[in-house]
Design a protein around this ligand. Structure first.
Ligand SMILES: C[S@@+](CC[C@H](N)C(=O)[O-])C[C@H]1O[C@@H](n2cnc3c(N)ncnc32)[C@H](O)[C@@H]1O
Length: 195
């Protein structure tokens, strides 16, 4: 199975979007709520319908960019944001080819787990490339055994430490306390700081 643009666009068109909460995930909402400065340069990659981005907007963050390989969910997000929201901040494209930034903060929510397993090291390297030194990659990662069945593909704290430690200081990597009930006990909240 090729997890490419056609695959994701088709899943949105057919409504096979079991990952989509229809709202920002509670642990990420709580993280955004305590961020403070609203002028931070923020990237939401693999954003899908963009509920984390919409939450940022509602909280007064203006300087964020949303990226997804599939056009359909981006169009849906554009329709929920006000017409004056800059169209160039909604980027249709492949994360691995994206050359924006540098960003102060990148938010992760069910993007990492959706990627082919062979892209995990590239993901960590690309995140580091897009962040300024001291910039933050934060969000949620799944904590269930990794098998070839997915997406979503699982992982463990040990694997994540090994993947991210070369370019990031692991500030927080712990069981999320406010997951939605179906994901309770299976999500890790993390904050990684680019070295
Ligand atoms: C499981 S969905 C998660 C969407 C969103 N983060 C959410 O939680 O609702 C994975 C998303 O990543 C996008 N995606 C997959 N590969 C991508 C890539 N290489 N570059 C950018 N987006 C990608 C898909 O189109 C899809 O919207």
């Amino acid at each position: 199975m090729d997890l490419n643009k056609t695959y994701w666009q088709q899943r949105y068109l057919e409504g096979r979007t079991g990952w989509d909460l229809g709202a920002a995930s509670p642990p990420i909402q709580a993280y955004i709520d305590q961020l403070g400065r609203t002028d931070q340069r923020i990237l939401v990659p693999g954003a899908g319908r963009g509920f984390e981005a919409e939450y940022l907007y509602r909280k007064g963050f203006a300087n964020f960019t949303v990226l997804d390989i599939a056009p359909f969910p981006l169009k849906q997000l554009a329709d929920r944001l006000p017409p004056e929201f800059p169209a160039e901040r909604l980027v249709e494209g492949d994360f691995f080819e994206y050359s924006g930034g540098p960003f102060d903060l990148i938010l992760e929510h069910t993007f990492f787990c959706a990627l082919p397993l062979q892209d995990r090291t590239r993901y960590a390297e690309k995140m580091a490339e897009l962040l300024r030194p001291g910039g933050i990659l934060a969000g949620l990662l799944f904590d269930f055994p990794l098998t070839p069945d997915g997406p979503p593909f699982g992982g463990s704290p040990e694997e994540y430490k090994t993947l991210f430690a070369p370019a990031f200081s692991i500030r927080v990597l712990e069981r999320a306390r406010n997951s939605i009930p179906p994901r309770a006990g299976r999500e890790l909240f993390f904050i990684f700081e680019k070295k």
